[in-house]
Design a protein around this ligand. Structure first.
Ligand SMILES: CC(C)(COP(=O)(O)OP(=O)(O)OC[C@H]1O[C@@H](n2cnc3c(N)ncnc32)[C@H](O)[C@@H]1OP(=O)(O)O)[C@@H](O)C(=O)NCCC(=O)NCCS
Length: 167
């Protein structure tokens, strides 16, 4: 399996992948909008025999009261149904976080399953005094420092790109 940056020619495959993984076109449409409207993004694909079987996207988020802070939001993450539970999601998350870190981001957030993301180092955001603009159960919104101590003393509310509203 190969993990690489998404290219322009992957667009249709990434759309179909998100649609089949989530069972709806909402996330697939979101990816299309973010690709057009959100910069910077980190968008990686996992390829197996030249077929796109996984996709991960990160877009920059803001933290209230801290303009200029560099935090990425992980969403969405999708693995083709027939390839799930074979480690592809794990590989994509590690590769994506590494890319965010290399691009100078100090932390990442994710709104997701509390049984999945802690293995990468994500912790409940409340521990950092950080909340989410959306009303979500506390353990589902998680934060991870990519640079040690980056969030020290930085509390507030995380806001995603407006395309996430209504998802
Ligand atoms: C969630 C998802 C990205 C995980 O990727 P994956 O490649 O299947 O998972 P991996 O092989 O890396 O890891 C397997 C682990 O993930 C867990 N897992 C799989 N799907 C999960 C889900 N929907 N929620 C929580 N945990 C999940 C498995 O139970 C397994 O846990 P274990 O290691 O403790 O046994 C993938 O199943 C998927 O695309 N699901 C549909 C879309 C989705 O829900 N995306 C996540 C949005 S936050």
């Amino acid at each position: 399996m190969l993990v690489r940056w998404e290219e322009a020619t992957d667009k249709a495959a990434v759309y179909a992948l998100n649609e089949s993984a989530f069972g709806t076109s909402a996330e697939a449409n979101l990816v299309d909008i973010l690709r057009r409207e959100a910069q910077p993004i980190v968008s990686l694909v996992a390829e197996d025999n030249k077929i796109v079987v996984g996709h991960i996207m990160f877009t920059a988020v803001s933290l209230s009261g801290h303009p200029g802070i560099k935090i990425m939001g992980l969403a969405p993450l999708a693995v083709a149904p027939l390839h799930q539970n074979t480690g592809i999601g794990t590989t994509l998350v590690h590769a994506g976080l590494q890319q965010c870190k290399a691009s100078g981001y100090g932390a990442a957030v994710v709104l997701g399953h509390p049984g999945y993301y802690p293995r990468f180092g994500f912790k409940p955001s409340a521990r950092f005094g950080i909340g989410c603009e959306y009303e979500v159960s506390e353990e589902k919104f998680m934060v991870m420092e990519l640079q040690e101590g980056y969030l020290h003393g930085k509390t507030g509310i995380i806001k995603y790109h407006s395309a996430f509203t209504g998802l």
